[in-house]
Design a protein around this ligand. Structure first.
Ligand code: 13P
Length: 250
């Protein structure tokens, strides 16, 4: 399912420096022989120019961690899709739980960001996921369906061009991972929701994120509706990230 082959995306979050990025990217690029999955890294905006030049001509695509829901104008501090396009950005994460939690992004804002990215030819990686309290209250499916429904409602038939990332909030940065079976069951719910919205739901890659690492990647990626991963901490260590790319290339 999803685009042909798995898609593995590193989300560096607010980490990096010119020197650290140069060494991490070169270590990743030097280890990519034998990697056949799709791969991308999402960097902080100030480093997109640096990464664009280091990644030119490579098999590692460039992504951003957020986009503005607006086209241009008086939005201090925001970065537009057209600006990202200037740096050959192919993917943009939208609606990461850290944006929803710390920056008050609503389902509607996230849907508008996805729409703006699609219009600019950038693939939005739309994040959904329940909190621990929501999981304990048995609301996991309802929460992720509500989050995805907003994006479907705003984007209509273009929905087949997005990537979805299921990231249970309680699994992010905690070392706790949902079991592969639980991940699969949520992914199957999301797949069914996409199938009801588009005849091309099979094109949508549904990634898992939340404490994915070199040790657990293969068992998660073996699930039929897990089309790849969105990786935080483990994407900052070249050997770990490379071993996950290889697990996705089997
Ligand atoms: P960790 O892999 O560090 O848990 O982060 C997951 C995530 O939020 C990726 O977007």
């Amino acid at each position: 399912m999803g685009m042909s082959g798995k898609l593995m995306v590193g989300n560096w979050k607010m980490n990096g420096s010119l020197a650290a990025n140069a060494s991490l990217l070169s270590d990743i690029l030097n280890g990519m022989a034998g990697v056949s999955c799709h791969a991308a890294v999402c960097l902080p905006a100030p480093y997109l120019a640096q990464a664009q030049s280091l990644l030119a001509g490579s098999a590692l695509a460039l992504g951003a961690q957020d986009v503005s829901a607006h086209e241009s104008g008086a939005y201090t501090g925001e970065v537009s899709c057209d600006m990202l396009r200037d740096f050959a950005v192919r993917f943009a994460i939208v609606g990461h739980s850290e944006r929803r939690q710390y920056h008050g992004e609503t389902d509607t804002v996230v849907a508008n960001k996805a729409q703006r990215a699609l219009a600019a030819g950038i693939t939005p990686i739309v994040c959904v996921g329940e909190s621990l309290a929501e999981r304990e209250a048995g609301q996991t499916e309802a929460v992720v369906k509500r989050q995805l429904a907003a994006v479907i409602h705003t984007n209509g038939h273009c929905i087949s061009e997005i990537v979805v990332a299921y990231e249970p909030v309680w699994a992010i940065g905690t070392g706790l991972t949902a079991t592969p079976e639980k991940v699969q069951s949520v992914h199957a719910v999301l797949r069914a929701q996409l199938q009801a919205a588009t005849a091309h739901a099979e094109r949508v890659s549904i990634l898992y994120g939340g404490s994915m690492n070199a040790a657990n990647a293969a068992s998660l990626l073996d699930q039929p509706d897990v089309d790849g991963g969105l990786i935080g901490g483990a994407s900052l260590k070249a050997p770990d990230f490379l071993s996950m790319l290889k697990a996705a290339s089997r």
